[in-house]
Write a protein that binds this ligand. Structure first.
Ligand SMILES: [Zn+2]
Length: 296
């Protein structure tokens, strides 16, 4: 009897731990008036979707890198600095060049604002250190679950009056991300090859999640030299690749040149979708075509 009761108590405790996000005393920014929405800054569009999915009506999100801008080199306008000074919290994505360039300006515009790195608790798998500096953590639905938890914790600390709602929304969003991950796995299970060729190497974590191999045209943020181009074309031919994946934030010129040489075409995928789950489903559908030589 005693044992049974103990098991039930343990089960209850475990359920409580599994649900919602934790609250740590780590970020000690000031709490806001619960009748006001939390003014949140994020760097990129998909993060705005993460924050809105968890914060609902209780958040007002400001994306620092506008749609279409290149996160590798975007610089904020004076108007944006003004907005930064009014914000309650800034959730960074970790190590995109924009953040490295702008963080000092952001901190001096709003010195009391907590800056929370949503990739901070990231654990690296064995042998993964090699691409430690790949900033594209949002393109893995698995990694986004962790980012969502950190956002939930951050919102709950600034606005504890709404913690219950944030927890509930977090659990719903995590379930959606798990469904997305499962669906992508299923969709890509049947394919002709693992390798794909992309202009800007944003899909490293995605490739890792789904057992793919990313080949990139851009080398360390630069257009390839003629010699590198020839090498990429030779490697792509060897892999049987014809399509080149490009994104709206980057020039498609060399992608087109290479696609012509491969007698294939350029396929567009947006790595910064406004609607994350829908955008990732669209991306996965294009990957499926590219990896199986399907027509649209
Ligand atoms: Zn990038």
């Amino acid at each position: 009897m005693y044992r049974k009761a103990l098991i039930i108590i343990m089960a209850v405790i475990m359920t409580v731990v599994a649900a919602g996000c934790s609250q740590t005393a780590e970020h000690t920014g000031s709490q806001i008036d619960p009748s006001e929405p939390v003014k949140v800054l994020v760097s990129i569009l998909p993060q705005a979707d993460f924050v809105k999915s968890i914060g609902g009506e209780q958040v007002e999100v400001n994306v620092l890198i506008p749609p279409g801008a290149n996160p590798e080199n975007y610089e904020m306008s004076p108007r944006q600095i003004q907005e930064v000074s009014q914000a309650d919290v800034y959730f960074t994505i970790g190590s995109i060049p924009f953040e490295q360039i702008s963080l000092e300006r952001i901190r001096s515009a709003n010195p009391d604002m907590p800056v929370i790195d949503t990739a901070e608790d990231r654990e690296y798998a064995e042998g993964e250190e090699a691409h430690h500096h790949d900033p594209h953590v949002w393109l893995s639905p698995v990694l986004v679950k962790e980012q969502a938890r950190i956002i939930c914790t951050g919102l709950s600390e600034i606005d504890p009056a709404h913690k219950e709602m944030y927890d509930k929304n977090l659990n719903t969003y995590i379930a959606e991300l798990e469904k997305l991950d499962k669906d992508i796995k299923l969709l890509l299970a049947d394919r002709k090859r693992d390798a794909f060729l992309v202009y800007h190497p944003a899909w490293g974590y995605f490739a890792e999640d789904y057992g793919l191999h990313e080949m990139a045209v851009e080398k360390e943020g630069k257009e390839p030299t003629a010699k590198e181009m020839a090498q990429i074309i030779a490697e792509a031919k060897q892999e049987g690749i014809t399509a080149v994946i490009a994104s709206p934030q980057h020039s498609t010129r060399s992608a087109e040149t290479i696609a012509k040489q491969l007698q294939g075409e350029v396929k567009m995928i947006d790595p910064l979708p406004e609607d994350y789950i829908a955008g990732m489903r669209e991306a996965a559908a294009v990957f499926k075509q590219v990896l199986s030589d399907q027509e649209e």
